[in-house]
Design a protein around this ligand. Structure first.
Ligand code: NAD
Ligand code: MG
Length: 332
C-alpha cells in the first residue's frame, strides 16, 4: 500500500528561512502562492514581463518579478507554467540560476520523466501535485481543509528532499488531507493514461457515441443531450460521494439491472486491449515524442482538432439546453 503523509509528518519550519518562487500564476500558481503566503512563508511569483497575471498577483498582495529574477532569488522554485512551455522557460530563465542546495519543484512529472528538463546533480528535484484544480486548492485551504496531493522525489542531492517537499505540501494545505508518495514515472504515466482513456478522451467519446446513436435513430437532439450528457454529472456526483454501491442504491432497480447486464457489453474486453495499447504508447515515450513534436511544429493539427471538436452538433444543442438551467451561468 502507498505511504501517506499528514500534517504531523511535515515541518513547515524547514521552509521558514527559505525563499520560495512560484513560476506562473494560472490555475495552480495562484493557489500555491497565496496558500504558502497565508501559511507565513516568503513567496515571490515569477512571470514574463507584460503578463496579464502580473497586476493580478500584485493586487492579491504578492511580490512579483521576472522569471529570471525570481529564479535567482529563490531557494525553492516551483514550476507552474503550462507543461508544453516549461522546457523553454527553464532553459532561458531558470537554468542559469540553478545552484547547489536549491530545490526545483513540479506539479506534474512530464518534463522530468521524459527528459525535457535535466537539473544539475547538486539540486533537489521533487514534486507536489495536488489532485484537483487550483481554485479547489485555494478554496479548501481557506475553509481549513485541503486537497490531497502526490509527493515524489526525482533527485535527492540534499538528502532532505522528501522532508522539504512535504513542508511545501503542508504550506499549500494538502497535508491536512494526505500526501501520497509516488514516483515521477508513476505520476506521469498514470496521469496521461487517466486523461486519455477515461477522464477526457474516454468520457467525451462515450458521450458522443451515445448521443449520435440516439439522434441518428430519430430522437430529438435535446432529449438525447439530457440522457447522454447532462445526467452524467448527477451520476458522477453519486459515485464521487459514495462509490458504486451508493450510486446503485440511489437509482431505480431497472437502471441497476441495465447497468449490470448492458454496461459490460459496451465496454468489453476489446476496450481493455486498446487501453493496454494506449498505455504502451505512454510508457515507450511515443505519445510524449508526438506531443512535443506537435508543439515544436506550431500545433496546427492540435488547433484543427480543437476547432473540429468544438463544431460537433452536441455543443450547439448543449448551449441551448444549458440556457434553460439559469443556475449554471455562462461558461467560457
Ligand atoms: P495554467 O495554464 O493555468 O497557468 C499557466 C501560467 O503560466 C499562467 O499564469 C501563464 O500566464 C503563465 N505562463 C504561460 N507561458 C509563460 C511563459 N512563457 N513564461 C512565464 N509564464 C508563462 O497552468 P496550470 O493548469 O496551473 O498548470 C501548471 C502546472 O500544474 C502544470 O505542470 C500542470 O500539469 C500542473 N497541474 C495542473 C493541474 C490543474 O488542474 N490545472 C492539476 C495538477 C497539476
Ligand atoms: Mg491529471
Amino acid at each position: 500500500m502507498a505511504r501517506i503523509f499528514y500534517d504531523e509528518d511535515a515541518d513547515l519550519g524547514l521552509l521558514q528561512d527559505r525563499r520560495i518562487g512560484v513560476i506562473g500564476y494560472g490555475s495552480q500558481g495562484h493557489a500555491h502562492a497565496l496558500n504558502l503566503q497565508d501559511s507565513g512563508l516568503t513567496v515571490a511569483v515569477g512571470l514574463y514581463p507584460g503578463s496579464p497575471s502580473w497586476e493580478k498577483a500584485q493586487g492579491d498582495g504578492l511580490t512579483v518579478g521576472s522569471v529570471a529574477d525570481v529564479a535567482r532569488d529563490s531557494d525553492v522554485l516551483m514550476m507552474l507554467v503550462p507543461d508544453q512551455v516549461q522546457r523553454q522557460v527553464y532553459e532561458d530563465h531558470v537554468a542559469p540560476h540553478m545552484a547547489e542546495g536549491k530545490t526545483l519543484m513540479f506539479a506534474h512529472g512530464f518534463n522530468v520523466h521524459f527528459n525535457q528538463i535535466d537539473a544539475p546533480a547538486d539540486v533537489d528535484v521533487s514534486m507536489i501535485a495536488p489532485k484537483g484544480p487550483g481554485h479547489l486548492v485555494r478554496r479548501e485551504y481557506l475553509s481549513g481543509l485541503g486537497v490531497p496531493a502526490l509527493v515524489a522525489i526525482h533527485q535527492d542531492a540534499s538528502e532532505s528532499a522528501l522532508q522539504l517537499a512535504l513542508a511545501y505540501g503542508k504550506g499549500i494545505g494538502s497535508a491536512r488531507a494526505g500526501i501520497l508518495q509516488t514516483t515521477f514515472l508513476e505520476e506521469t504515466e498514470t496521469d496521461l493514461f487517466g486523461e486519455q482513456v477515461i477522464l477526457c478522451g474516454g468520457l467525451t467519446s462515450l458521450i458522443k457515441a451515445a448521443y449520435e446513436t440516439l439522434v441518428e435513430a430519430g430522437y430529438q437532439p435535446e432529449s438525447a443531450y439530457f440522457e447522454t450528457f447532462h445526467e452524467v454529472k448527477l451520476i458522477v456526483d453519486l459515485l464521487y460521494e459514495g462509490g458504486m454501491e451508493y450510486m446503485r442504491y440511489s437509482i431505480s432497480d431497472t437502471a441497476e439491472y441495465g447497468d449490470y447486464t448492458r454496461g459490460p457489453r459496451v465496454i468489453d474486453a476489446s476496450v481493455k486491449d486498446r487501453m493496454r495499447a494506449i498505455l504502451d504508447e505512454i510508457r515507450s515515450g511515443q505519445f510524449a515524442s508526438e506531443w512535443i513534436a506537435e508543439n515544436q511544429a506550431g500545433r496546427a493539427r492540435f488547433l484543427a482538432l480543437r476547432r473540429l471538436n468544438a463544431e460537433h452538433p452536441i455543443e450547439e444543442v448543449g448551449k441551448e439546453v444549458r440556457a434553460m438551467m439559469k443556475w449554471l451561468g455562462e461558461q467560457k
